[in-house]
Write a protein that binds this ligand. Structure first.
Ligand SMILES: [Mg+2]
Length: 244
């Protein structure tokens, strides 16, 4: 692909090595900043996570969180605006379902679910000892018309039309109307990146995507291989070449 005008990236497993946020993350944001190319993180993490990163990483201006349920814009050093992609009714229905779910199964939502506005999450470690429990939970969600997806760490669920691809399309339409879909690049590593792989032409899977490769219905246009391309190492190498 040619030099991208916009860079989008997943966070967990793509900009972190395992769960570790290291110096390479800041090398990546610096590369984008020096090239004057907006770098937008598209994460399943909660909106609170977006507030934190936008305030403390000066070169980041936009962030998509909760799997695409909302996006946040930094309008000044401490001035953040949250844009919702679901309705108030959908948020109420979600809160009611989350309460029914925890009552039925007797487990807790993730600690960060209390700060979530458009989705909720369960820690995947809940299911490590009991894989059939995940099937039971997901069947209950299907019965109740609740949507869900898994990242490398969470089972996220929501009400309404939420996807990473839809939120990216919305940000592009509203803030970057001159950028076409083939002028951006996206990095990802997991199942919750699938809508982006399906919708946008230039998508890159970092090498640890191998863990879910056979489960993906849509694949990235480029698949990186090898330990040297794991997570942020792969992102940095690709950007160093694309932004030259
Ligand atoms: Mg990920």
């Amino acid at each position: 692909m040619t030099r991208p005008k916009l860079i989008f990236s997943d966070f967990d497993g793509t900009l972190t090595l395992g769960s570790e946020l290291g110096p390479v993350f800041f090398e990546i944001t610096s590369l984008a900043h020096q090239a004057k190319t907006p770098f937008i993180i598209v994460t399943g993490r909660s909106v609170q996570w977006s507030y934190f990163t936008l305030i403390h990483v000066s070169c980041l201006q936009y962030s998509i969180a909760e799997g695409g349920g909302l996006w946040v814009e930094k309008k000044g050093p401490e001035e953040l605006e949250t844009h919702f992609l679901v309705t108030a009714d959908e948020r109420v229905k979600l809160a009611e379902f989350a309460s029914a779910l925890t009552k039925k199964f007797g487990f807790a939502l993730t600690a960060d679910s209390s700060g979530r506005l458009t989705d909720r999450a369960l820690d995947l470690s809940l299911f490590h000892k009991n894989p059939t429990l995940q099937n039971e939970v997901q069947s209950f969600m299907k019965e109740e018309s609740i949507n869900f997806s898994t990242s490398s760490v969470h089972l996220n669920f929501w009400v309404g039309n939420i996807s990473k691809a839809r939120a990216m399309t919305e940000i592009i339409k509203q803030r970057f109307p001159d950028v076409s879909n083939d002028e951006l690049v996206y990095f990802g590593d997991s199942l919750n990146d699938e809508t982006v792989f399906a919708h946008f032409p230039n998508t890159i899977g970092v090498s640890n995507i191998s863990a879910v490769w056979d489960k993906l219905k849509s694949h990235p246009s480029l698949r990186l291989m090898g330990a040297e391309n794991q997570g942020p190492l792969g992102v940095k190498a690709q950007l160093a070449s694309l932004l030259k």
